[in-house]
Write a protein that binds this ligand. Structure first.
Ligand SMILES: [Zn+2]
Length: 199
């Protein structure tokens, strides 16, 4: 195999969920594109860090220091929905049902994968809750981690962390989400039910 091709396979494999076969397929597909398209993609990748960043409050992707959701005065600031990834946030946002704020943890606790609580944004969440409770009497903290092992571990950790925090009520996304599933891929009706029947 061509050394540059091999190197490109290695680079693409750094992305989540991409194995050697998938990486090779991507490269072959890219070879079919013309120069201008490849240049556009290359430029978008090299400018990514300058043009897209994470919101300083909720860690959603954003163009500015504060994302569209955090800077929207119409959002309910007494509701904070905690989830694993920005893609989960997108799925919930698409339902149009949730009008509160978010907090993206950056993953779920999974010691086997090296994902310890220190690597996730719990400290930031604690700080944020503190400042929210100063302005609002009761904050609903909605736990929306995935219904799989890592997500459940994270949910338990969150419950332990905030069970005695004054002015914070903990709830969990409700029925409909099959255990072992992933929020990101849940259909809209399932998410709608899970949001409406939180417990
Ligand atoms: Zn934000």
């Amino acid at each position: 195999m061509n050394a540059r091709f091999k190197n490109m396979v290695k680079l693409l494999q750094k992305l989540p969920g991409v194995g050697p076969r998938q990486a090779a397929r991507f490269i072959l597909a890219l070879l079919e594109k013309d120069h201008s398209e490849l240049r556009e993609l290359g430029q978008a990748i090299s400018n990514l860090k300058n043009e897209v960043r994470l919101c300083g409050e909720c860690f959603n992707v954003s163009e500015d220091e504060s994302c569209d959701i955090c800077s929207d005065s119409k959002r309910d600031k007494a509701k904070l929905l905690v989830l694993e990834k920005v893609t989960d946030l997108d799925s919930i946002e698409k339902t149009g049902l949730y009008k509160g704020l978010y907090h993206v943890l950056g993953g779920a606790i999974n010691p086997l994968d090296g994902m310890t609580p220190e690597r996730l944004r719990f400290k930031e969440l604690e700080r944020r809750l503190l400042s929210l409770t100063e302005r609002h009497r009761n904050i609903e903290l909605i736990i929306a981690t995935n219904p799989n092992t890592a997500g459940e571990t994270t949910a338990l950790y969150l419950k332990e962390l905030f069970k005695d925090t004054l002015g914070v009520e903990l709830t969990r996304l409700g029925r409909g989400l099959a255990s072992g599933s992933n929020l990101e891929y849940a259909d809209e009706i399932t998410l709608r039910n899970a949001l409406e029947y939180r417990k």
